[in-house]
Design a binder for this molecule. Structure first.
Ligand code: NAD
Ligand code: TYD
Length: 361
């Protein structure tokens, strides 16, 4: 079948019996967290899932509408930095899976403060709660951006030094180093995942794939940073969510696991061209904008350690993009209210067209 790149991996159904039975999913109303929650709860005999989410601009209960009535689901609105709340909820579960974060690099460049609060202090708050209640697992959802810019042809492996270069990636590196320190110091059974750039349904339209897709559908400019040559390893969201479940079920405490699509490194121009092809829009929509300060030129992961646990992505970039663009085409009801609100102000602050730079074609 087109797009299916690896058939042998553990399905969620196979993993569920090995998952802790009561999960606190912090940040579960966001993009990847909600995919993880939906994936868990659509299984037979799933773990009980409590979502703790502050519902920042990026959190959205519509992402969890499919599971809202599920008997093993509960939603609590709150801040992971609230130590008393974290402690109370941790006392009711066996494990925390921490997705909660400020997650967008460009916003971290404009306003780093919330990144330090949530990503660093908030993770500490959850770790303390997990330690007190002697949890059987703590999974920290981290990112490949902690490795920083990676020279060609190198692939990052888990033992590589962390060299984060944006306020976002530095906050995430700080968070995961605390997690690994809690394992070394207190024996907390922590595992860390370092996922690559993720895309798919329900992603807030500030990251490149949903931004370009929604812009193209509306016949608006696709803002390409610099020369459009920075490359990323794009992973479909369900593959990422299943990778997190695999590491939660099978990972070794104290270890980090890369989760990358592998094989295809895609640059910004290729994302733009793919979106334009799938939406049937002209290349003249491409607009060059001034580059992101400190823009990492390349991320690339070696995910063999996760493969040894029985994980591999199912979809390649073309297959994942077809599903994604089809979803955004269908779900204007989900993204139109977002783009007309807070997002419009962020867009004005963040993007600066380069005078005289012509769009291709
Ligand atoms: P997202 O921005 O869509 O969701 C983040 C969620 O966390 C939102 O629901 C938000 O309301 C919640 N949140 C933020 N601050 C909070 C706080 N103080 N207390 C409680 N909840 C809070 O992010 P995402 O793309 O789903 O990313 C999830 C995790 O995965 C993040 O930790 C991110 O660093 C990591 N990650 C993301 C990618 C990617 O490409 N999106 C790749 C690798 C790793
Ligand atoms: P992004 O989706 O923000 O993820 P990250 O910076 O966390 O990797 O950006 C992915 C790539 O796309 C990155 O090289 C920057 C580029 N990009 C653009 O060219 N234009 C945009 O509007 C955005 C958001 C990103």
């Amino acid at each position: 079948m087109m797009g299916e790149i690896r058939a042998e991996h553990a399905s969620i159904a196979e993993l569920v019996p090995s998952l802790p039975r009561r999960l606190l999913v912090a940040g579960g109303a966001g993009f990847i967290g909600s995919a993880f929650v939906r994936l868990c709860l659509e299984q037979a005999d799933p773990p009980a899932v409590t979502v703790l989410d502050k519902l920042t601009y990026a959190g959205n209960l519509a992402n969890l509408a499919e599971v809202a009535e599920h008997p093993r689901y509960r939603f609590v609105r709150g801040d992971i930095c609230d130590r008393a709340l974290a402690d109370r909820l941790a006392g009711e579960v066996d494990c925390i899976v921490n997705f909660a974060a400020e997650s967008h690099v460009d916003r971290s460049i404009l306003d780093p403060d919330a990144f330090i609060q949530t990503d660093v202090y908030g993770t500490y708050s959850l770790l303390e709660a997990a330690r007190k209640h002697q949890h059987q697992r703590f999974l920290q959802v981290s990112t490949d951006e902690v490795y920083g810019d990676v020279e060609e042809p190198q692939l990052s492996v888990e033992g590589d030094p962390l060299r984060p270069r944006s306020p976002y990636s530095a906050s995430k590196a700080g968070a995961e180093m605390q997690c690994l320190a809690y394992h070394a110091t207190y024996g907390l059974p922590v595992v860390v995942t370092r996922g690559s750039n993720t895309y798919g349904p329900y992603q807030y339209p500030e990251k490149i794939v949903p931004l370009f897709t929604t812009q193209a559908l509306d016949r608006l400019p696709l803002p390409v940073y610099g020369d459009g040559g920075a490359v990323r390893d794009y992973l479909y969201v369900d593959d990422h969510a299943r990778g997190i479940a695999t590491v939660l079920a099978r990972g070794e405490a104290g270890q980090a696991y890369n989760l990358g699509q592998g094989g295809q490194l895609i640059d910004g121009m290729k994302v733009a061209e793919t979106v334009l092809r799938l939406t049937d829009r002209p290349a003249s929509l491409i607009q060059y904008v001034s580059d992101r300060p400190g823009h990492d030129r390349r991320y690339a992961l070696d995910s063999r350690r996760a493969a040894e646990l029985g994980w591999g992505p199912e979809l390649d970039f073309d297959a994942g993009m077809e599903l994604t663009v089809a979803w955004y085409r269908r779900r204007r009801d989900w993204w139109e209210p977002i783009k007309s609100g807070e997002f419009a102000e962020f867009y004005r602050r963040n993007y600066h067209p380069v005078a005289g730079a012509a769009a291709p074609g």
